[in-house]
Design a protein around this ligand. Structure first.
Ligand code: C2O
Ligand code: CU
Length: 580
């Protein structure tokens, strides 16, 4: 009986007239963008490695979306053996509930040989710098690309032209080797990054002299540029500076900021900054006696420091020298500036939405530490979260009635830390105002401490600062009074020391967020190795009633792996149009 019912449900195709539901046949539907994920040998930094790629390269193509406008992005999984998904990093993602690209959380992954049509609609006011990346395993080390949201209005800060500069890491080992090593009872670290790639280019220390080119960014004298820096690294927290150029920060994670002049940037995995650069005039270039300048990039807070370069050139078509690596480096050695720009960077327009302390309904402290026993894992309030923890995605289980959100909430509240250890989620109700504190602690056994770029899906958070030691709300409130917090989606939990006592508090990062939209949102460290080792959590906003009210009824095709919402070469998917 059940079989018949299920197959009936799966074979029931939506009729054109039924609201919001469409069959995406080739002749009637054209996606706005097409991304094809393959796994193949690929050469970066003069080294060939088996990698997951988007449209045959890493980074993949730059996608541009318009705020307030629905775009359909079709993602093909052309890999033979791996699932994939695509996440639109930094975009608010509610109301198209299956489009956030998180396997085991908001959707079934795309099986090999299948495709999925993502419906994305950047919110009005969200124009800025983003990126997209796979959310499966270690694929995002290479499977990613820039995503820019354009506004219908001219930007509030003027510039003549813009350049996208996406940063990534290079590892010799394949994704599989890295994951196997990290999850083995015989723990093996991936190794440190071999190169900081700038728009996919760099030179490793091991590359023979002159054989491998640096990235080149061409600009013209006298113009002003918006440089969009995207921290799409797997591991690296990077300090970067441009020889003889100062810049002004004008955007952080998709929000314009009051211009803030700086001679360097610190950018962690998942973060973006736009800076305004005023190009030198002809006269200044004559005085400088060069038309090319180094961009110097250094890894921070790691046991080994790596310094790499790219070139900013004013050569007007003439070939820059992309083979010489300056020695010694032209700029001073970079050191981590703890709490860089905290309480300093302010929104361009003052923001009346910021929830003050009196509005906070609940404070959630998330203690994070590494545990070394039979495996090396990262824990949040005593628990790790990895992609295979769940049999099926939370959102699917929510629709199927298999997720008892009421009970989950009760358990989380009675534990006192807001965490439901059975489903390993932080459940919250619509209307709550959460203060979320990431509290760093020393590794259990040897007291080691790391820096972590924490990232929030769903909606941006108000970053209310960070500091050393244990979080103290009263003290932080005093500092907050003097500043205007910015919204962002990724901020750094700093490492204030390399070692402390096991489980001793050693630094915190705090956020505030209004729970306004239901959905399943991952909150996690953006370092891919740490994710694989369990440094991920899930926030579950609202319940089935809320999500139904927000998004309408669900189609059965989303609720099974490879279900009818997923297409393949012979099958056109049944897709719900959530924004129609
Ligand atoms: Cu860019 Cu969940 O990540
Ligand atoms: Cu981390």
């Amino acid at each position: 009986m059940w079989r018949i019912l299920i197959s009936l449900a799966l074979s029931l195709r939506c009729v054109k007239s039924s609201a919001g539901c469409a069959i995406h046949q080739d002749d009637s539907f054209q996606p706005d963008h097409i991304l094809r994920v393959t796994a193949q040998d690929y050469t970066e930094a003069c080294t060939t490695r088996y990698s997951a790629l988007v449209n045959g390269s890493s980074p993949g193509p730059e996608i541009r979306l318009k705020e307030g406008q629905v775009s359909w992005i079709r993602v093909y999984n052309d890999m033979k053996h791996e699932n994939t998904t695509m996440h639109w990093h930094g975009l608010t993602a509610f109301t198209a509930p299956f489009s956030d690209g998180t396997p085991a959380a908001s959707q079934w992954p795309i099986p090999p040989g299948h495709f999925f049509d993502y419906e994305v609609k950047p919110e009005i006011g969200s124009a800025g710098t983003y990126f997209y990346h796979s959310h499966v395993g270690f694929q995002a080390v290479t499977a990613k690309g820039p995503l820019i949201v354009d506004s219908n209005h001219p930007p509030p800060i003027h510039y003549h032209a813009e350049r996208t500069i996406i940063l990534s890491d290079f590892f010799n080992e394949t994704d599989k080797q890295i994951i196997d090593g990290l999850t083995s009872s015989n723990f093996t670290w991936s190794g440190e990054t071999g190169a900081i790639l700038v728009n996919g280019k760099s030179r490793q220390a091991t590359n023979s002299t002159g054989s491998c080119q640096l990235a080149s960014i061409s600009i013209e004298p006298g113009l002003s540029y918006r440089l969009r820096f995207i921290g799409a690294t797997a591991l690296s927290f990077i300090s970067l500076a441009i020889e003889s150029h100062n810049v002004s920060i004008i955007e952080a994670d998709g929000h314009f900021t009051k211009p803030l002049e700086t001679d360097f940037l610190q950018i962690g995995s998942g973060q973006r900054y736009s800076v305004l650069l005023t190009a030198k005039s002809e006269r200044e270039l004559k005085r400088a006696k060069t038309r090319q300048f180094y961009i110097q990039l250094t890894t921070l807070a790691r046991p080994e420091t790596l310094t790499n370069f790219a070139v900013l050139n004013y050569l007007d078509g003439e070939a820059p020298d992309l083979r010489t690596v300056p020695s010694p480096p032209p700029l001073p050695e970079a050191k981590t500036i703890q709490g860089w720009l905290d309480y300093e960077l302010e929104p361009l327009q003052s923001d009346n939405e910021f929830p003050g302390l009196e509005e906070v309904t609940r404070r959630i402290i998330i203690d994070v530490h590494q545990n070394v026993s039979d495996h090396v894992i990262w824990l949040q309030n005593g628990y790790d979260w990895v992609q295979n923890f769940r049999q099926s995605p939370y959102l699917v289980d929510m629709y199927n009635g298999r997720l008892q959100t009421g009970e989950m909430y009760q358990r989380a509240i009675s534990r006192g830390d807001g965490f439901d250890n059975i489903t390993r989620t932080f459940p919250a109700k619509i209307g709550e105002v959460l203060e979320i504190v990431w509290q760093n602690q020393g590794t259990f056994t040897n007291g080691g401490v790391d820096a972590h770029p924490f990232h929030a899906h769903g909606r941006h958070v108000y970053d209310i600062g960070g500091g050393d030691g244990q979080y103290n709300a009263t003290e932080n409130e005093r500092r907050l009074k003097l500043s205007q917090p910015i919204q962002r989606d990724t901020s750094i939990l700093y490492r204030y020391r390399e070692k402390t006592k096991p489980l001793a508090p050693s630094g915190w990062r705090a956020w505030r967020i209004r729970v306004t939209d239901s959905g399943v949102w991952m909150y996690h460290c953006h370092i891919l190795q740490h994710m694989v080792m369990g440094m991920q959590t899930v926030f579950l906003f609202g319940d089935l009633e809320d999500i139904n009210a927000q998004s309408g009824p669900v189609d059965a095709g989303y609720l099974t792996y490879g279900g009818s919402a997923y297409g393949n070469s012979t099958y056109s998917p049944n897709v719900r149009h959530y924004f129609d």
